[in-house]
Design a binder for this molecule. Structure first.
Ligand code: C5P
Length: 465
């Protein structure tokens, strides 16, 4: 077997490889391995493909378990990548039916999309043949999911407003299937307040997102967040949505901490923080849906306990540590709780009264660090120990220091400055810090972060890169 030395590649290629590897959170060597593996899969798919002109493999509309996706191609320069996406989806065993907007047809032809999908794309809401034959309502329903790639700013605006003036928007309004958007646009358009508003609305409506990624744009001298996610990433996100996740963590025990802790001052007062528990609870729920046996150790929160999870409710950091240790052994532990760093040195048995002779002194002592305690255990250390780092400045730097100091395997860092709205809010922007580097995840709902994390954990536990 020939060996390949990355160092000997030309500089431009090395730069692109490094960028691509950073985006996927892999080492350059792992990225090269992934590319080679996918090329080998391409080769296998090519060998198995029918001769040109041969009838496409019949889809099985009566089989409810069949993996079928409706791909809506919007009008953007990234539409050329959607052709590759069709192939990637088919490699995942997903049958693809295509709808193209008018603008998409300015970038790629229905002929190319049809040749790859094995079926002519649908383009016109007022096509009599379509309406008599399949109809936009059937198009919206006879699929397990809808993917929009590229999702342009205009398509997102139409979706957020509920427009239905062409086939793509009518299908999106009519579908009750999961929708996955792969936005692609100029960085200025993506960061425009109107687009951010529409993206937030769509997330609140339960729409899933993959990307956009940061990098260079098709336009020269333009870079930033707005590149469509790579076809492989979109296909993996589609696969994750289509595959009932039961099983990915089957047989594994997992501990999740969530919410704030309350440290008593006296019987009625306590020290607390603004953690809502939304992120930790979402992770516990996603883990249970993936088949893990989950113990959720939660501080006082308003969010409902997730389904299928063993919930242990505690108040203080010391109670949380005791509950976590009691739940060991476990294969995986995710510490998403915002544990109070200090508690009062002596909490008063009676309510502290105003005496009129000055204010009471509150002496504080440090709480045990639950994450560090578990990560440094000699026995019963879970195989994967994951912490969070809520920071308001130097997010990555502090997270890297925390990874080393606490002895955990991964840190999910996020900026919790008040202007981000992350603390207590519904969305989150994660930077995954591991010993191999930093992976920047796009802004997503806390549920999407949970799904992405569980997918990542499942991959690691199964020994895949
Ligand atoms: O508070 P800090 O930023 O150090 O928290 C980082 C990580 O450590 C989080 O995952 C948090 O849940 C965990 N932690 C803990 N026990 C503490 C403090 C933090 O488990 N006493």
């Amino acid at each position: 077997m020939a060996s390949l030395t990355v160092r000997q590649l030309d500089e431009a290629l090395k730069k692109r490889l490094r960028l691509r590897a950073a985006r996927h959170g892999r080492s350059v060597e792992d990225e090269v391995r992934t590319i080679l593996r996918s090329a080998a899969a391409d080769e296998a798919a090519f060998a198995a493909a029918p001769e040109p002109g041969a009838p496409a493999e019949p889809s099985k509309p009566s089989d409810p378990a069949a993996k079928k996706a409706l791909l809506i191609i919007g009008g953007g320069i990234a539409a050329y990548k959607s052709l590759d996406l069709i192939r990637r989806l088919r490699e995942h065993g997903i049958a693809v039916r295509v709808v193209m907007t008018d603008a998409a047809q300015k970038f790629i032809t229905p002929l190319s999309a049809g040749a790859l999908a094995g079926e002519h794309p649908y383009t016109d809401l007022f096509d009599t043949k379509l309406e008599l034959d399949v109809g936009h309502i059937r198009l919206a329903r006879d699929t397990r999911m809808v993917i929009v790639a590229p999702a342009t700013a205009d398509l997102m605006a139409k979706m957020a407003q509920g427009h239905a003036d062409d086939l793509a928007s009518a299908v999106l309004l009519a579908t009750d299937r999961p929708i996955l958007l792969a936005p692609a646009m100029n960085p200025k358009m993506w960061s425009n307040k109107a687009t951010l508003r529409n993206a937030a609305q769509l997330r609140a409506d339960g729409v899933h997102f993959v990307g956009p990624n940061a990098g260079e744009m098709a336009e020269s001298n333009e870079a930033g967040v707005g590149r469509m996610a790579e076809p492989l990433e979109i296909a993996a996100a589609a696969e994750a949505l289509l595959t009932p996740s039961s099983g990915a963590l089957a047989g594994l025990r997992m501990i999740v901490t969530s919410g704030p802790t309350h440290e008593p001052i006296d019987p009625v007062r306590y020290i607390a923080n603004r953690s809502s528990g939304k992120q930790g609870h979402a992770i516990a729920e996603a883990a249970a849906a993936a088949g893990a046996n989950v113990t959720l150790v939660s501080g006082p929160v308003q969010v409902a306990p997730p389904h299928g999870v063993n919930v242990v409710q505690i108040e203080s950091a010391r109670d949380m540590l005791a509950a976590v240790e009691k739940a060991l052994p476990a294969d995986i532990a995710v510490f998403a709780a915002a544990v109070a760093d200090w508690r009062t040195a002596n909490n008063s048995k009676e309510k502290i009264k105003k005496t009129g002779k000055g204010t009471p002194e509150l002496a504080l002592v440090e709480n045990p660090d639950i994450l560090a305690t578990v990560a440094h255990r000699k026995s019963k250390r879970p195989r994967l120990v994951i912490g969070f780092a809520a920071e308001t400045e130097h997010v990555i730097e502090h997270a890297k220091a925390k990874l080393a100091r606490k002895g955990c395997d991964w840190i999910l860092a996020n900026d919790v400055s008040p202007e981000t709205g992350i603390m207590g809010g519904d969305s989150n922007t994660i930077h995954l810090v591991t010993k191999d580097g930093v992976e920047h995840w796009p802004p997503q709902s806390k549920n999407e972060v949970a799904t992405a994390l569980i997918t990542r954990i499942a991959r690691t536990m199964s020994g895949r890169p």
